[in-house]
Every structure is written in C-alpha cells, then in structure tokens.
Design a protein around this ligand. Structure first.
Ligand code: G3H
Ligand code: 13P
Ligand code: ZN
Length: 335
C-alpha cells in the first residue's frame, strides 16, 4: 500500500477551493505515454499552473498500471527539478483515476498512490449510482483521497461505455446525491461530449468569420445546479475544442478525419467563472499529437528515429497545454 503523500501528490480539496474563489479551473489532462507527461509537466511548470494528471482504465491497460504510477512519481520529481532550475515555484499535482467504473478499480488506485479517483456511476440508476459512489467515498476518505462522482450522461465514448445520446444532469437530484454520497466534486452533463466528434457542422451556425459555432452549453442548467449546491466543485468532462488547424494538418498529411466541431474556448472561459473548477481535456492532445507526427512523416519520409517524430509531437502538446492554461482555463500563475 502506498500513500499518495509519499509520492508528492496532493488531493483536489484545496486546489478546488482556490479555483472556485479565484474563478479559474484546474486543468485535468490525460496521459498514456512519456511525451504527453513531459509536455504536461513542462507546460504547467512554465505557466505556474496546478494540474491534475488523469489516468483512465484504458491507459492502465495500455501502459501498465505499475509503470504509470512510477511515471507519475517521476513527474513530481521532474517538476521539482524544473522549478528549481528555472527559479519558479513548485506546482501542485494530483494523480487522478478518470472514469473509474467499479469499487475495486477505485480501491486499487487509492492503494497504489492516487490522490483522487472518479467513480462514474452515471450509467446506473440514481439509487445504484448513490450506493456505489458512497462505497468509494467511504474507502477513499479513510485515506484522505478525494472523490469525483457523476450525474447525467455525456454522449460519446467513456472507456468501454458508449452512450449514443446525452442526458443532461437533473438539478433536482444534485442535493440528494451530494449529501448521501459525500463526494468532493461532481461531474455534470450540460452539452459537452467525449471524443473528437462532438458536433457535426450541420448542427452549427456559421459566425461572421465563417467559423462553425455549436449550440451553447446549457448554462441555465449549470446556474440551477449552482443555486442548489452553492460553492460545490463542479467538473466539466468532454471539454476539448477540436482545433480546426489540427484537423486540417492531419488531413493535409494523409489523414482522413471527418469535419467536426468541439466546445468553443469562449464557452469554456465562461464556465470557469462559475463553480466549474476542473476541466477535462484529452482529445485535443490526441489531435495535435497525431497532426505533428503525420506532418513529420510527410516532411521526412526517410526518418525512422522515433525521437524525430515524437519530439515534434511533444512540442505541439507543450504549446497546446500552455495555451489552455493561459488563455482558456485561467490556471496560469495559480500554482
Ligand atoms: O473520457 C475518456 C478519456 O478521454 C480517456 O479515454 O478511455 O480512451 O483512455 P480512454
Ligand atoms: P475530451 O474527449 O473532450 O477531450 O474529454 C476528455 C474527458 O472528459 C476525459 O475524462
Ligand atoms: Zn470524461
């Protein structure tokens, strides 16, 4: 059994308190490999942003759960060294399980050094969701690990679960859910969805610049939720913006992605001014990484040293994470 405190992580309690007060959101970035992790840490140290490193169960299967834990621990040490070298402050890092689907998985993460876990019971009935979430909270809290629950269903793929349609969070359920489970934060469904295909162009309007703008997130539902549980930490999943330039670069370099529209950054900025204090971003990183690798292969077809195409991918990720922290989530300078 390893406590996250020995590894240098923090839980999300203080992070969220500060974020709600300061009207910004802590970035939650998924990682599966070294280049993603390096880019996240460098970007967050350089922008002096707290960060939540997210591991999905898919990531655990892909990269090996033991290796991921030590990668997380290595990231903390790398962060300390970088901060010292650059004369900057050390940043707070949480290691978080993304979309845990069982008590056993959450327990295993708590026992192996995670400082925060999500139990996603959103596909169960309300009663079963409460029961499962409460069970995880009781175990996690006994080790001072924070827990994120979810109410409402996002469309898209969450690990092995595919939801065709979203169900918005019912504000009238949040008080009972939060009270009965004891969760520390709540993921809600207000119109975001997972993956790179969020909105088709035909579902959007074109603005004066010719950019597709999707229907606005349901800020009315968010407002109602905030009225029911004032100051309670809210989490936004499925918050990638699907940058057109990345999709274009992929398609110009031999890729074949369909046109798609993500969550406009303007709407995310607006959300961070509320009790939304954690914003999950994975797909945008996947898109930029793919774009940079495809471009490197196209520009240098004879190259076969992985550092020559993974290096540019890491650079592209670094720029993207810095941009999110500085210009979208407002977490830069809040370390
Ligand atoms: O919400 C899902 C995250 O983007 C993680 O995706 O399960 O394919 O690792 P994954
Ligand atoms: P995106 O697919 O929009 O990046 O969402 C990621 C996410 O919610 C991870 O939990
Ligand atoms: Zn998610």
């Amino acid at each position: 059994m390893t406590s996250y405190k020995e590894l240098g992580f923090v839980n999300t309690r203080e992070m969220f308190k500060k974020a709600i007060k300061g009207k910004y959101a802590v970035p939650a970035y998924n990682f599966n490999n070294m280049e993603q992790l390096q880019a996240i840490i460098i970007a967050c140290v350089e922008t002096q942003s707290p960060v939540i490193l997210q591991v999905s169960s898919g990531a655990r299967k892909y990269a090996n759960q033991i290796l991921l834990k030590f990668m997380g621990q290595g990231a903390v040490e790398m962060m300390k060294d970088l901060a010292k070298t650059k004369g900057l402050k050390e940043i707070q890092i949480a290691l978080h399980l993304d979309h845990g689907d069982s008590f056993e998985l959450c327990k295993s993460c708590v026992d192996s050094g995670f400082s925060s876990v999500m139990i996603d019971g959103s596909h169960h009935s309300f009663e079963k969701n409460i029961e499962l979430t409460k069970q995880v909270v009781e175990y996690a809290h006994s080790r001072d690990v924070t827990v994120e629950g979810e109410l409402g269903v996002l469309a898209g793929i969450e690990d092995e679960v595919i939801a065709e349609n979203s169900t918005y969070t019912h504000p009238e359920q949040v008080v009972e859910f939060v009270k009965k489970t004891g969760v520390d934060s709540l993921a809600i469904s207000i119109g975001t969805s997972h993956g790179a295909y969020k909105f088709k162009p035909e579902q959007c309007k074109k603005n004066e610049q010719g950019v597709y703008v999707p229907p606005e997130l349901r800020f009315d539902i968010l407002d109602e939720i905030e009225k029911k549980i004032p100051g309670f930490p809210i989490v936004l999943h499925g918050a990638s913006s699907v940058p057109h330039e990345a999709v274009k670069m992929i398609n110009q370099s031999g890729g074949a992605l369909k046109d798609s529209v993500g969550i406009p950054e303007e709407q995310l900025r607006k959300a961070t001014k509320s009790a939304v204090c954690k914003v999950n971003i994975d797909s945008d990183g996947r898109l930029w990484m793919t774009a940079a690798i495809r471009k490197a292969f196209k520009d240098n077809p004879s190259e076969f040293d992985p550092r020559k195409y993974l290096g540019p991918a890491r650079e592209a990720l670094l720029e993207m994470y810095k941009h999110k922290n500085e210009h979208v989530l407002g977490s830069a300078g809040k370390a």
